[in-house]
Design a protein around this ligand. Structure first.
Ligand SMILES: Nc1nc2c(ncn2[C@@H]2O[C@H](COP(=O)(O)OP(=O)(O)O)[C@@H](O)[C@H]2O)c(=O)[nH]1
Ligand SMILES: *[C@@H]1O[C@H](CO)[C@@H](O)[C@H](O)[C@H]1NC(C)=O
Ligand SMILES: *[C@@H]1O[C@H](CO)[C@@H](O)[C@H](O)[C@H]1NC(C)=O
Ligand SMILES: *[C@@H]1O[C@H](CO)[C@@H](O)[C@H](O)[C@H]1NC(C)=O
Ligand SMILES: [Mg+2]
Length: 419
């Protein structure tokens, strides 16, 4: 009993001493074994596998070109491509990073160096959802020179051509007729609004463009963009495309409508017979603040280059409201589109899922029917006042017989910007 107890405790001691080593040894051996088996399996599979085929044989190599000089060699007429299906190669041609696009168009942003990370978010998303397949060029504009960090930081995200431009003092400044007493402080936000209203489309880098798609930092795109919106707009004669509409913070546009009415009074015939004025007015006939949110807009630039638009901008600029009140480029673009275009030339891109702080638009049914990653139940807009009034007004102008009053939802206000 005594002996056996000592013996058993000795065995226990030995057992406890070596048990962990034993277990670790067994485990290590097992892992090493399975790992070797797995590696060997992979080797065997690899040995028996043919070399991966290139997906599209005549697809040109996609090299990110960083400067216009480097970008010079458009891909060569490789003989591999000779047998390729005509149509296929035409499509590849057009949407190749440096191919000639079916529409002369670009993604354009006025942006600050400090917006690099927000801009990278935007580009990442627009590339993933759309542009990695279409390769429309980007144009970035700034009132100060872009830093090398900014240039590299955005170029690395795309194969498309990227250009950087600076603004001249006329387009980024305060004209001499602005009363310095009334407007002491130079607020860059107001210069920004004036620039986007009257000068963006005149920048030399945009001279060749038929269309632009305006982008901003910190936005999101929720859905795969399956078609080319520029081609869609051009083929349908559309001039102004938008996603989010809402009412403006009225203090910022106190005299904008009155000024617009005075302008229109001085230019008989400038308002289009099939205009959307009704969309801009409440039932008492005052400006209701409705506007398209211009942080997203796809525009046929012939609209901004038209004599009507230019005359309107010049008139507004002289009135000084960009500085005295903070007229936004959104209400300015929107009022012009509503008054000077045929209502049929404005288009609500209902199918584009989009977010700009703090409002999102998620296409209805997107959770089941389309390639979107947003919750349609949490979408702003669908039955909001400005959207419903837009749809109603457009219908009344273009198809007066079919008009049925539509339920109007809550009025959404723009987020006040203390610019
Ligand atoms: N270069 C430059 N870009 C600006 C300036 N102020 C605003 N922006 C750009 O103009 C766009 C609109 O400005 P943002 O701050 O987003 O205005 P919000 O969308 O109305 O809140 C963004 O792309 C900004 O990067 C500025 O002083 N200089
Ligand atoms: C890239 O864009 C710049 C500026 O718009 C233009 O001059 C240049 O020709 C473009 N390069 C290519 C290869 O498209
Ligand atoms: C609107 O403009 C007219 C003509 O310039 C002016 O007489 C009137 O006082 C203005 N009304 C408001 C509310 O600013
Ligand atoms: C407006 O556009 C519609 C659709 O293209 C067209 O049928 C109509 O004639 C146009 N209206 C005017 C006044 O030009
Ligand atoms: Mg913004």
């Amino acid at each position: 009993m005594f002996v056996s107890r000592t013996t058993s405790s000795r065995y226990r001691r030995i057992f406890l001493k070596y048990f962990p080593t034993l277990i670790i040894g067994i485990l290590a051996g097992y892992i090493a074994g399975t790992r070797n088996i797995a590696l060997e399996e992979i080797r065997q599979i690899r040995r028996g596998m043919p070399e991966p085929e290139p997906q599209v044989e005549c697809m040109p190599e996609r090299t990110p070109y960083n400067t216009a000089e480097e970008a010079e060699p458009i891909y060569d007429d490789d003989t591999d491509c000779d047998d390729a299906d005509e149509d296929q190669s035409v499509i590849l041609d057009q949407y190749h990073p440096h191919g000639e696009k079916p529409v002369k168009a670009a993604l354009v942003a006025l942006v600050r160096n400090s917006d690099l990370f927000g801009m990278r978010q935007t580009i990442r998303q627009i590339e993933d959802r759309f542009n990695s397949r279409f390769n429309y060029p980007y144009i970035f504009l700034n009132d100060v020179p872009f830093t090398e960090e900014f240039k590299t930081g955005v170029r690395i995200l795309t194969n498309a051509n990227v250009s950087f431009g600076e603004l001249d003092s006329e387009s980024w400044g305060m004209p001499e007729w602005i009363d310095r007493e009334r407007y002491e402080m130079v607020k860059s936000y107001r210069k920004m609004c004036r620039f986007q209203s009257g000068f963006m489309h005149k920048h030399p880098l945009l001279a060749e463009l038929e269309f632009y798609w305006r982008i901003e930092p910190d936005v999101e795109f929720f859905c795969d963009q399956e078609y080319d919106p520029f081609v869609f707009m051009k083929q349908n004669g559309l001039k102004y495309g938008w996603v989010i509409g809402m009412t403006e913070f009225m203090d910022t546009v106190a005299t904008l409508w009155n000024t617009t009415k005075n302008f229109v009074g001085q230019h008989p015939g400038i308002v289009h017979p099939a205009n959307l004025e009704r969309w801009l007015l409440d039932d008492a006939g005052s400006y209701n603040g409705c506007h398209f949110w211009t942080n997203f807009e796809i525009v046929d630039l012939s609209f901004y280059r038209s004599p009507e638009y230019e005359a309107y901008f010049q008139y507004l600029d002289r009135a000084g409201g960009f500085f005295y009140e903070r007229w936004g480029d959104a209400p300015v673009h929107s009022i012009a589109a509503a008054l000077f275009l045929n209502a049929s030339q404005t288009h609500w891109f209902e199918d584009i899922g989009y977010f700009h702080p703090a409002v999102s638009k998620c296409p209805s049914g997107s959770n089941t029917r389309t390639k979107c990653v947003c919750d349609p139940m949490r979408s702003f807009v669908e039955n909001s006042y400005c959207i419903v009034r837009y749809k109603e007004s457009k219908q009344m102008v273009l198809d007066p017989e079919a008009t049925e009053p539509v339920h109007t939802g809550p009025v959404f206000m723009a987020v006040p910007v203390l610019g």
